[in-house]
Design a protein around this ligand. Structure first.
Ligand SMILES: [Zn+2]
Length: 236
């Protein structure tokens, strides 16, 4: 762990998180609804750089510092581990997008295409640049294969157990698979396994605490992303 890089990650993540909080606000809507652009309380337009409170009616628009601190923490971990390497921007990019996706999934149980789909070409380009710098075309091919494998695993599981996993989870798995595949097959396997393990542990805890029932659906995106993050840090 490079402390200097971790500090850079924390600072950059806090700023990026502040910039992303507007996107999280806009996309935290039920499936099929248009992105939110107005204050839910008074209808006043909300600026792109989301303020904490509506400028007109002063009602709260976002949880103070939640996205900022979470993005800062994730980038501190990722840059502390990968700082100075050609792939740090690619991995940091996915980390920042991942925090926003997890926040949206927790609040409205969906992973919007508006965020996952554009992240694919960006991540592929960033990994291609890293592959060119490292003269490592094999890692790029493995990233694409990892994406295909992880998305396929989730697709099969979604077909076998409809209602538990959705299309958003499959697309997110493909995105995480790009980064994990880049880092190697052990990272792909570990990341996938940890996602399911974390989800199972938390579900059992919530069941025991009677916060959910066996019929409840809990969002899977945050577990998939947390599993991928731990795998990247531990075996990447
Ligand atoms: Zn308002």
């Amino acid at each position: 762990m490079e402390l200097a890089w971790a500090a850079v990650g924390m600072a950059a993540g806090t700023v990026i998180g502040a910039a992303m909080s507007g996107t999280v606000f806009r996309l935290s809507v039920p499936r099929g609804d248009p992105p939110r652009t107005r204050c839910p309380a008074c209808g006043a337009p909300v600026p792109r750089w989301l303020p904490l409170r509506c400028r007109q009616c002063r009602s709260r628009l976002s949880t103070p510092l939640a996205i900022e601190l979470a993005t800062g923490a994730v980038l501190a971990l990722l840059l502390g581990r990968f700082g100075g390497q050609p792939d740090m921007i690619a991995l940091g990019f996915l980390g920042a997008v991942g925090v926003s996706l997890a926040a949206i999934d927790i609040s409205v149980q969906r992973l919007p295409d508006a965020l996952t789909l554009p992240a694919y070409p960006v991540l592929v380009i960033l990994l291609t640049v890293a592959a060119l710098i490292e003269h490592h075309a094999g890692a790029l091919v493995r990233a694409l294969a990892g994406s295909l494998v992880l998305a396929s695993v989730y697709l099969v599981l979604a077909v076998l157990r409809p209602g538990q996993l959705g299309g958003g989870d499959i697309k997110l798995a493909g995105l995480a698979g790009l980064a994990l595949g880049w880092l190697g097959w052990p990272a792909v396997v570990t990341g996938a396994a940890l996602g399911f393990l974390l989800s199972a542990v938390v579900s059992l805890g919530l069941l025991a605490a009677r916060r959910i029932t066996l019929r409840s659906q809990i969002c899977f995106g945050p577990f998939l992303l947390a599993g991928a993050l731990i795998a990247a840090l531990a075996v990447g």
